[in-house]
Design a protein around this ligand. Structure first.
Ligand code: RM4
Ligand code: MN
Ligand code: MN
Length: 425
């Protein structure tokens, strides 16, 4: 069989990798069983990429495209396929409708297969008005005071599900920008009741093997109130819809200093944590690469996910992971590979936590020891473990170096042009 460039480069670097791996295994005192189990778990962690993240993100002041952006769904799939090929960490793509409506579902399915991908969730969009849309969402969608606007928004969500069915998706993610900008604008209780009623209608229209994920966000684009500002509201709406409606936690959707890991633990306790949107948030929503600014927080979140997964008392459905970010400085492909690495790093560290010692220390109220156990895991260098997982899955030892050395962006610019623009925000 012909050796690929990827294999040749991996081969060149593998001796150094093995040395580092041995060193880390010794440092962490991992026996073969523990080591193999961690590698397998890292390999299994797959995080979807949304179709809107492949272009350069902008701010409301400007946008500086990287060049070679994918200008249609096929090219977006190609980009995610490349990221997956190198990282082996993202085997699915999440679609935003109507930004990425598949014209030929059969051909898209075929393309997905060639790239080793599936469709993760489908996301509705009632936060913008589309050309030729009858009613405006300026004053809300599922919460709207006017039945006709609400019906249009409900129908849009049902249509999104129908697109998803053709692509074998089983998850609808709903994020609402609905809210108010000024005191008095909204009747809070009625806006909530109308939203619940709309979501119930969408829920009823979903096939019985579909799940609905409901996001929350405390501010933006509305700045006085959001109809779904917090996890409690999402949870209540999920409960009002049925067993297959769950809460989605987006890391960028919290006010500064919110204890997100505790929210994760609570939702796991209630068996209602359905999904995760990863990004890094310094001031606002998805303003930075996941893990760029608060790696300890990301680790603590994964610690809750791992303890939850190991606890028979927790009855939570599988959690759908997605990166929800679009960067305005970095190359989008490099940024996504960065995020995937940081997410797996936090996960691998969480897998290293000495649970039984932690439980004992918690029971004994030994605060210093508790914190020390977490810090021990957090401070471990897990990079060789991640590289080993990638290598075993057929990925690259060092995806970003590979992307650069093979001048992949330059190739994309040549093929797609310097000014191609991806749909999205
Ligand atoms: C929202 C929310 C949604 C995302 C849109 C583009 O803030 O996070 O999940 O799809 O942005
Ligand atoms: Mn999100
Ligand atoms: Mn967001």
């Amino acid at each position: 069989m012909k050796t690929s460039v990827l294999e040749v480069i991996n081969e060149r670097d593998v001796a150094r990798h093995q040395q580092q791996l041995e060193h880390v295994k010794n440092l962490l005192e991992l026996n073969e069983n523990a080591f193999e189990s961690i590698i397998r778990k890292i390999q299994a962690l797959q995080v979807a990429v949304p179709s809107w993240a492949l272009g350069t993100g902008g701010t409301r002041f400007g946008r500086f495209p990287a060049g070679g952006e994918p200008s249609n769904l096929e090219e977006k799939i190609e980009d995610v396929g490349l990221i997956h090929h190198l990282t082996q960490a993202t085997n699915s793509i999440s679609l935003h409708i109507p930004w990425d409506i598949p014209k030929d579902a059969v051909a898209i399915q075929q393309l997905l297969r060639t790239n080793g991908l599936t469709i993760d969730s489908v996301n509705s969009n009632t936060f913008q008005d589309q050309k030729d849309q009858k009613y405006s969402y300026k004053f809300g969608s599922l919460c709207h005071t006017d039945d006709a606007v609400r019906k249009q928004a409900i129908d849009h969500n049902i249509e999104v599900v129908q697109h998803g069915v053709k692509l074998n998706s089983k998850v609808l993610t709903v994020w609402l920008s609905d809210g108010s900008n000024f005191p008095g604008q909204h009747h809070f209780r009625r806006a909530f009741a109308r939203t619940l009623d709309s979501l119930q209608k969408i829920y009823k229209a979903m096939p019985s093997d579909w799940t609905m994920l409901i996001e929350y966000k405390p501010y933006e684009p509305n700045f006085y109130s959001m109809v779904i500002p917090d996890w409690g509201t999402s949870l209540q709406l999920s409960n009002g819809c049925g067993d297959r409606a769950h809460v989605l936690v987006d890391l960028g959707h919290h006010l500064p200093n919110t204890n997100i890991e505790q929210i994760v633990a609570r939702l796991l306790h209630f068996g209602r944590l359905g999904g995760f949107h990863f990004n890094g948030s310094q001031y606002g929503d998805d303003d930075l690469t996941t893990g760029a600014i608060k790696p300890y927080q990301l680790f603590l979140i994964f610690h809750e996910l791992v303890t939850g997964a190991n606890d028979a008392a927790v009855k939570n459905p599988g959690v759908a992971y997605m990166i929800d970010a679009s960067h305005n400085l970095k190359d989008p492909i490099e940024d996504l590979m960065n995020s995937l690495e940081n997410i797996r790093t936090a996960y691998a560290k969480a897998l290293l936590v000495d649970f039984s010692s932690l439980e004992k220390a918690q029971q004994d109220n030994d605060v210093t020891r508790c914190e020390q156990i977490l810090q021990n895991a957090f401070l471990a260098d897990v990079r060789p473990l991640l590289a080993e997982s990638r290598l075993r899955s057929g990925g690259s030892l060092d995806p970003i170096s590979f992307f650069r050395s093979q001048q992949i962006r330059e190739g994309l610019i040549k093929r797609r042009g310097k000014t191609s623009i991806a749909t999205g925000l």
